[in-house]
Design a binder for this molecule. Structure first.
Ligand code: CAA
Length: 258
């Protein structure tokens, strides 16, 4: 499929999706979200891909929902077209590991998309924020919920109520991002981490991601039971036998994702 608002390529087990609407700082219009959904569908189905990276430009990961497209929406338009739910949520349902490599602005929906990913690698120039209140709306793609879980009530409230942006250092300090990378190295570093993940047993990575995600949704005892059941099931995989045998035989394992 030919995309107009993003660039999508796969190499060495890693898919790289680069948001590409430079004139609008990668603001999310319907076309971009449809294309992102299509690209994620394609890479989930592609057996050669083990990990997916979403990135933007140096100036902007994404400046949020496209305000110019959104401003004429009525309540009935938003409700009947299922705005956001219809084509934004795909990232949060991705089964393969998904990394956000964020440089520059990640605002509104941009911050929300990054938080739908499994973890965020931030460039040293990254800025995160939920400025929706300054244009008369609230976050609408999970910002009030996910940001609060990442950074706690006080910071989430302040950011959502004032629109204040957080820089990369503050974001790392409060656990929003996994770590900070110099801006010129961000994409290479994200690809290298993704390559490492893609080379590990696929089912184990996908199940581990499910386990961590369940920690947000369930009481501790249920989460631990869920982890235990999936952990037990991994003993049915060929990769478990290979990984453990290779360790004992002091050799490099050869995983076949089975
Ligand atoms: N929607 C549409 N166009 C946008 C945009 C957006 N969210 N953000 C930036 N643009 C456009 C600008 O209109 C401008 O276009 P023109 O050249 O045609 O005027 C171009 O991108 C460059 O932007 P600026 O000139 O504003 O660049 P800047 O460097 O001066 O400022 C910025 C950068 C601080 C990110 C500023 O662009 C900005 O504040 N953008 C809006 C951020 C925002 O409010 N995001 C939340 C959107 S609502 C949302 O996301 C809802 C939700 O939760 C789902």
């Amino acid at each position: 499929m030919a995309y107009e608002t993003l660039i999508a390529d796969a190499e060495d087990g890693v898919a790289l999706i680069t948001l590409n609407r430079p004139d609008a700082l990668n603001a999310f219009n319907n076309q971009l979200m449809d294309e992102l959904t299509a690209a994620l569908d394609r890479f989930e189905a592609d057996e050669s891909v083990g990990c997916i990276v979403i990135t933007g430009s140096k100036k902007a990961f994404a400046a949020g929902a496209d305000i110019k497209e959104m401003r004429e929406l009525s309540y009935m338009d938003a409700y009947y077209t299922d705005f956001i739910t219809r084509n934004w949520e795909r990232a949060s349902r991705t089964r393969k590991p998904l990394i956000a490599a964020v440089s520059g602005y990640a605002l509104g929906g941009g911050c929300e998309l990054a938080m739908m990913c499994d973890f965020i690698l931030a460039a040293d120039n990254a800025k995160f924020g939920q400025p929706e209140i300054t244009i008369g709306v609230s976050p609408g793609a999970g910002g009030t919920q996910r940001l609060t879980r990442f950074v706690g009530k006080s910071k989430a409230m302040e950011m959502c109520l004032t629109g204040r942006m957080m820089d990369a250092e503050e974001a790392e300090r409060c656990g929003l991002v996994s770590r900070i990378v110099p801006v010129d190295e961000l994409v290479d570093e994200a690809k290298s981490v993704a390559k490492k993940i893609a080379a590990l047993p696929r089912a184990t990575a996908m199940m581990t991601k499910e386990m961590v995600n369940v920690a947000y949704e369930t009481p501790l005892s249920h989460g631990i039971m869920f982890e235990r059941r999936l952990f037990h099931s991994l003993f049915a995989t060929e990769d478990q036998k290979e990984g453990m045998e290779a360790f004992v035989e002091k050799r490099t394992p050869h995983f076949n994702n089975r």
